[in-house]
Write a protein that binds this ligand. Structure first.
Ligand code: ASP
Length: 431
């Protein structure tokens, strides 16, 4: 990114000098190479690299989301586990993700970091094939009429997610060996997709360089001011969720000391911070929940792996804030992009589903942002801009994702009678 800034600035000052006035044979003055022209010539390869990178990222969306959700949901199992434990777990996942999204949504609407920002992104003349209409339309369009036409386009992601949820649910309820065969197939496909994603995402440094150079070359350093306030907003809201909302739930619903639990979880939280990946952190977080926290293996082995794929509070919050930030930018440049109430509702649902669909690997949340923008009918090149500043935000949202999984495990384990942090189990407390 730093190299990109330097290259972009060099590009700007270098091309300033690139205009020449020639006097033609007939005595007229002619501008041969204007700075704009020269800059455009330099920018086009950078733009090509950035576009190519964006295409590779988008290539991942459909197969990654499809396999991630089917694997996660089919893994919930159809047997006795699903009953009480499954119900409590899903209730916790949903509630905390929606609380995170709500926090982000209120903050981004209050602070309006995108309004009037100069991000240098092209403003299209009107919404694409996105959401039009009210709640009812949005909801009914989420259900695909035909799965093959849904997987045929990145803008049908909601339909793909809804299909994957239903399909995964029934995979878990199909008699053996059929259920297991399909589950194994999708588990392996998911592994392959994660490897592929990690490979493509390892090109990020080059993408960030090309992109930063392009943006700085085009618009100068001014673009970093709105990005900095966006980052600040994301960081503040993530902290709010992790340090206020979740601890309150732990304390008041579970009667567990948030500080003691956080101390017990510290190895997992540090691993999440340094790897930016919930999946890579999973062994550490399971160990922390079980050994240091005192949850039973039955609860840990159900709640934690499922949480690492489908419960991502930090990612849900980030999806919502990022998409609203970009849409504020578009709306302040063209009234056609004002988001209606129906669309804000759509953003909430999509952010929730995107966090379920995101795989626990670095920058997965960013890739899914392209899908939400597409579904909203907004251009997705803003994703590239956010990519430049993604890593620190990714580290923090991964910590929040893992922290939320562990708080869920603590609550559920306690309600199942486990001795959390060596406290007396709730079931005995009134004896
Ligand atoms: N890196 C995050 C995780 O693994 C996902 C994301 O990119 O938001 O939990």
């Amino acid at each position: 990114m730093a190299l990109g800034v330097v290259a972009g600035m060099a590009l700007q000052s270098f091309t300033e000098a690139a205009w020449v006035t020639e006097v033609t044979a007939t005595g007229f003055e002619k501008e041969v190479l204007s700075p704009d022209c020269a800059r455009a010539a330099w920018l086009s390869p950078l733009r090509m690299i950035a576009d190519l990178f964006l295409r590779l990222l988008k290539l991942l969306i459909v197969p990654l989301v499809l396999t991630s959700i089917i694997t996660g949901v089919a893994g919930i199992g159809g047997g006795r586990d699903f009953g009480r434990l499954g119900g409590k777990t899903l209730l916790y996942y949903m509630t905390t993700s929606l609380l995170a999204i709500g926090t982000g949504m209120v903050a981004v609407n209050l602070m309006q970091p995108g309004t009037g920002a100069e991000l240098g992104l092209e403003i299209p003349s009107e919404f694409g094939e996105g959401v039009k209409g009210g709640f009812g339309d949005v909801l009914s369009r989420m259900v695909p009429e035909n799965i093959f036409s849904a997987v045929g386009s990145n803008s049908n992601m909601l339909q793909i997610i809804v299909f994957a949820l239903i399909f995964g649910y029934f995979v878990a309820r199909t008699r053996e060996p059929h259920g297991a065969r399909i589950r194994n197939f999708f588990e392996s496909a998911f592994e392959v997709m994660m490897r592929m994603a990690t490979g493509i995402l390892s090109l990020i440094p080059y993408g960030v360089f090309a992109l930063t150079a392009k943006v700085v070359g085009e618009t100068g350093l001014g673009v970093f001011a709105p990005l900095a306030s966006f980052m600040l907003l994301v960081i503040m809201t993530l902290l709010l969720h992790a340090l206020i909302t979740l601890p309150c739930i732990l304390k008041f619903i579970g009667g567990i000391s948030p500080i003691a639990w956080m101390k017990a979880m510290s190895p997992a939280l540090m691993t999440a911070f340094s790897t930016s990946s919930s999946s890579m952190t999973l062994p550490v977080s399971m160990e922390a929940v079980e050994r240091r926290g005192g949850a039973s293996n039955r609860v840990t082995s159900f709640v934690m792996p499922l949480g690492a794929t489908i419960n991502m509070d930090g990612t849900a919050l980030y999806e919502c804030v990022g998409v609203l930030f970009l849409s504020q930018y578009y709306a302040s440049h063209s009234p056609a992009f004002e988001l209606t109430l129906g669309m804000q509702f759509f953003v909430v649902i999509t952010a929730l589903l995107a966090s379920i669909g995101a795989a626990g690997i670095p920058s997965a949340g960013l890739v899914l942002k392209a899908m939400i923008l597409k579904a909203l009918g907004l251009p997705d090149d803003g994703v590239l801009l956010l990519l430049a500043i993604d890593r620190p935000l990714d580290m923090l949202r991964t910590v929040v994702n893992v922290w939320s999984d562990s708080c869920g495990a603590a609550l559920i384990a306690k309600s199942e009678g486990d001795k959390i942090l060596d406290q007396k189990p709730t079931t005995l407390s009134h004896g």
